[in-house]
Design a protein around this ligand. Structure first.
Ligand SMILES: N[C@@H](CCC(=O)N[C@@H](CS(=O)(=O)O)C(=O)NCC(=O)O)C(=O)O
Length: 207
């Protein structure tokens, strides 16, 4: 196993990959691309879609963070126990990506103009995950085992609590979910690590 993750020195779209690997006890080599390296153009031009993250597993090279996460989920056995759970996990992950994309738009395009509007809408979005987690006694988004979608949701919860510290105040199931996943030994160690604590959430310094 020679995993290599190439990305910028931020959480961004790569953090759900890092968290999954850490929780699953897998190591990887992190190749960090600085802003100057990126603007020089050689690395960007070498990327299939001109963007990062890039993930390598031996002679396999993947781009697209969601494809990378699904590839690893299949390899690590965290993609549900059958076709039905797999489909539900895909559905949940797509919903988490919807939330992440709204967050990214706010951070990079609307931080100074639409933050209040975002805060008004956020409880509506979080309430949907609150209901899902309240109804699923397994303790995860789907079934009784963690899946790649759970790492993505946990990160969204953590990132949104930085943006809006009271974000989860009215959502006990989300708070319990956040605490339960964050207490998993490998995740706990990672969240307390220098690497996690000192990596900016986003590339523009806003959070
Ligand atoms: N759909 C892609 C989007 C990747 C993407 O937008 N990457 C950004 C960085 S980030 O949004 O993930 O932080 C990038 O490479 N930006 C540099 C560029 O587009 O030149 C994915 O999920 O991997």
């Amino acid at each position: 196993m020679a995993y290599v993750l190439t990305y910028f020195p931020v959480r961004g779209r790569a953090e759900a990959i890092r968290l999954m690997l850490k929780d699953q006890g897998k190591d990887w080599t992190e190749v960090t691309v600085t802003r100057d390296m990126w603007l020089e153009g050689t690395v960007k031009n070498s990327c299939l879609f001109g963007q990062l993250p890039k993930f390598e597993d031996g002679d396999l090279t993947l781009y697209q963070s969601n494809a990378i996460r699904r590839y690893l989920a299949r390899k690590l056995g965290i993609y549900g126990k059958d076709d039905k759970e797999e489909a539900f996990i895909d559905m949940m992950d797509d919903a988490v990506q919807d939330l992440q994309n709204k967050y990214i738009k706010l951070i990079y395009q609307e931080y100074d103009t639409k933050k209040e509007d975002y805060f008004k809408q956020l409880p509506c979005d979080l309430a949907r995950f609150e209901k899902i987690l309240t109804c699923n006694e397994g303790g995860f988004l789907v079934g009784k085992q963690i899946s790649f979608a759970d790492y993505a949701l946990l990160l969204q919860l953590l990132n949104h609590e930085v943006l809006c510290p009271s974000a989860l105040d009215n959502f006990p199931s989300l708070q319990a979910y956040r605490d339960r996943l964050s207490a998993r030994p490998n995740i706990k160690a990672y969240l307390e690590s220098h690497a996690f604590k000192n990596t900016p959430i986003n590339g523009n310094g806003k959070q």
